[in-house]
Design a protein around this ligand. Sequence first.
Ligand code: MLT
Length: 314
Amino acid sequence: SAATTFTAHAQDFPRKTITMIVPFAAGGPTDRTARDLAEALRGPLGATVVVENSSGAGSSVGSAKVARAAPDGYTLLLNHISMSTMPALLRNLPFSVTDDFEYLGLVNDIPMTLISRPTLEANDYAQLSEWIGKAQGKVNIGNAGVGSASHLCGLLYQSATKTEMVSVPYKGTAPAISDLIGGQIDLLCDQSINTLPQIQGKKVKGFAVTTAKRLDAPALKDLPTLQELGLKDFEITIWHGLYAPKGTPPAVTKKLNEALKTALKDPAFIKKTEDLGARLISDARVEPAEHKKFVQSEIAKWTPVIKAAGVYAD
Ligand code: MLT
């Protein structure tokens, strides 16, 4: 019968190339994570994993493709924190982030940094706060588009400091950072993958990190955490996770999860992760149940922040 055939195929999965959909543009942090992971999965899976970029509407375009794909393990989704913000950001989300996917495990965790244009008249966070206070309402904070990592960090920062800034959206992080370097905007809070080289090269000023603890990377280790600076509970990191369409056979999801665990221990993957200023995920968080529980806690954290800001990606 068809069911028997399907089960038989699940046992010898994978027998062909797997497509990993990235719901963001090529060259960004999510794409880099996906490409490094695809490479590391090749050995444990014994199959090639190709990355396909399908961006748009706060990552919902690419995510929808995977929700609708055949549940056979050959089409996967690599998405970031937007998995937990899409339910609040999109009024017409055509799928459920919790019900239409099999959760395969978390992949990495990317810290963020609060940075400014190089000409801003502040050299530490206290001076920056004072400057923001004086410029109240006129501070331009850039972001890589509605629902992007930088947009979320900017919203959380304004909510935590009870300030209102002018959000300046760009199509991706590259143009946002280049306008910050050029002085067209004042502030940006973005993933360390993007900001570390700019801080290191003194192209921008770095003020703080968004993690609960300080970071190890030499260029970032002197930056205080926003919690240290008085923003109680302030924390945002851009975590990535791997997903398959709902209904993928357990034999297949088990194999994918095991391959993911092995891939995350691959020395080349570890080195690439550390080079990006990103953090590795503990084994416990590569468990599907933990991954899903974590996404649900992130949905609870972000929904009120996004609703209060009244922003939509559709
Ligand atoms: C990307 O890869 O484009 C980013 O992770 C998107 C973002 O800034 O949220």
